[in-house]
Design a protein around this ligand. Structure first.
Ligand SMILES: [Zn+2]
Length: 471
């Protein structure tokens, strides 16, 4: 410690080579940074990165405690040792990586120490330090983090963060002069439990690419099969992604939020009994959770924002009584439920009218804009999703039944018809047949990143839709 320099409360090595073997972290060139909750030792010669990591860790701890509703005083004395390693063998030889540790791909956590393999991007180094730190804190607070799906889901949820960087400059909003400058200067605070808006938010994380690949391949798992993932995930990025997505859903859905948070207290139970109890707590609402899972995985991508995915779904929704339904579909939310469920054999005919902005410059009608596309369908297109109430059997979720309400051919036929006027709604030619008890949802096709902040849509804009059941 003779040569250690205290700089603003941060202890800085290196020690001279002469003393290289004096203690486990006194190798030449190793740096140590220390903060309230973390002592970080690394062979990465990047003091700015290490400073950032300990600062981010300290910023994250109170946010984790708030998530769990644990008073800050309970972790005031909590502090762990972290090793961020490039040359793992050197850490092994020094004893900093003990022989009893199993092999690990990215990181490993014990009650008092975490080990992280150095990653290419600052984001992903931070992500992994936070991820392993959450495991250690869960051990400290609850004895352990529960079974794998829960432990890894929680760690990924609370490690996914938004760095303190200037918010991406936003295009000036038409008709709102002077607003753009203020937005461009705003800084994002360091916040955990964030969904990435774009690739730049989470370089190196890359989970959405895998989600899209499995969506295209039709291999996305059912919610129940995530809960059955084995105890050892073996660092598989797929498994981690599904655990994270499930944790995100369970903490966002009103049906499961309390049960998910309550389960953390039972973290020392890492057996199937933990999962059974959680499942029992949410079983009555499982069809809704399972439906939300299917909707989420269909849309999960950069810009996905839970505030736009507050779908009103309930197992207590009334059965459709056969009368005509009128509803407004607005661009501020993604899927919007008709509010009733339809029995097998119901046939629905749709008519729609109205206009709304889908970009600052483009106004769409229910058929959508064929000059701009989102996920292969015209931007602004009114879409219907027939969503079965029954939870899918099997291990993977079937693709959602999504189709345009008013295909363009119907618009062409309508316009050509002598009886059409500008103000009559266009009636769709298709009859949507319900083949099993289902919810029916409508939405305006917009990209995942379409947020109210960036939209110029006046709040009153909507498509007016009429749904006529027929026998
Ligand atoms: Zn983990």
């Amino acid at each position: 410690m003779l040569f250690a320099m205290a700089i603003g409360g941060i202890v800085s090595f290196p020690l001279p080579t002469l003393f290289a073997d004096e203690s486990s972290d006194s190798k030449a060139g190793w740096l140590t940074r220390e903060s309230q909750h973390l002592r970080l030792t690394s062979d990465v010669d990047d003091p700015a990165l290490l400073d950032d990591l300990v600062r981010s860790f300290d910023d994250a701890v109170p946010q984790w405690l708030a998530f769990w509703n644990v008073p800050e005083s309970q972790a005031a004395q909590w502090k762990i040792q972290a090793y961020l390693m490039q040359n793992v063998d050197a850490f092994r030889q020094s004893g900093a990586v003990p022989d009893y540790l199993p092999r690990f791909e990215h990181g490993y956590a014990t009650p008092n120490t975490i080990w992280i393999l150095y990653q290419d991007t600052p984001y992903y180094n931070r992500h992994l330090v936070l991820h392993e730190g959450i495991h250690s804190l869960a051990i400290e607070l609850f004895g352990a983090g529960g079974p794998s799906w829960y432990m890894e889901g929680t760690a990924e949820l609370l490690a996914l963060h938004r760095d303190r960087v200037p918010a991406p400059s936003r295009k000036p909003r038409l008709g709102v002069p002077g607003n753009a400058g203020v937005l461009a200067q705003s800084m994002d605070a360091f916040t955990i439990n964030q969904l990435p808006r774009n690739r730049l938010d989470t370089p190196g994380w890359g989970r959405y690419k895998m989600v899209a690949r499995q969506r295209e391949a039709g291999t996305q798992p059912t919610l129940k099969s995530v809960l059955k993932l084995p105890t050892q995930l073996n660092g598989k990025v797929e498994a981690y992604t599904w655990c994270w997505a499930a944790a995100s859903l369970f903490t966002q859905a009103p049906e499961s939020r309390d049960a998910f948070l309550k389960a953390a207290r039972r973290g020392s139970d890492q057996t199937e009994a933990f999962t059974s109890e959680f499942y029992r707590d949410v079983a009555a609402e499982w069809p809704v959770l399972s439906a939300r899972w299917r909707l989420m995985l269909h849309d999960l991508d950069y810009g996905f924002d839970w505030s736009r995915h507050q779908v009103q779904l309930s197992t207590a929704d009334p059965r459709a009584n056969g009368s005509v339904i009128q509803m407004n579909v607005t661009p501020d939310q993604s899927w919007q439920s008709v509010g009733v469920w339809f029995p097998q054999g119901a046939k629905l005919r749709f008519a729609a009218e109205g206009r709304c902005h889908v970009t600052p410059d483009w106004i769409s009608e229910p058929a959508g804009i064929t000059l701009e596309y989102n996920r292969g369908s015209p931007l602004g297109q009114l879409q219907v999703c027939v969503l079965p109430i029954a939870t899918p059997a099997g291990k993977t979720i079937p693709p959602l039944d999504i189709r345009p309400v008013i295909p363009r051919a119907d618009v062409a036929a309508f316009t050509a018809s002598p009886s059409s006027t500008k103000d009559t709604p266009v009636t769709g030619s298709q009859l949507v047949e319900i083949t099993e008890p289902s919810w029916v949802l409508l939405r305006i096709n917009l990209p995942a990143g379409h947020s109210p902040v960036e939209a110029t849509t006046p709040p009153q804009e909507a498509y007016q839709v009429q749904i006529t059941p027929s026998r």
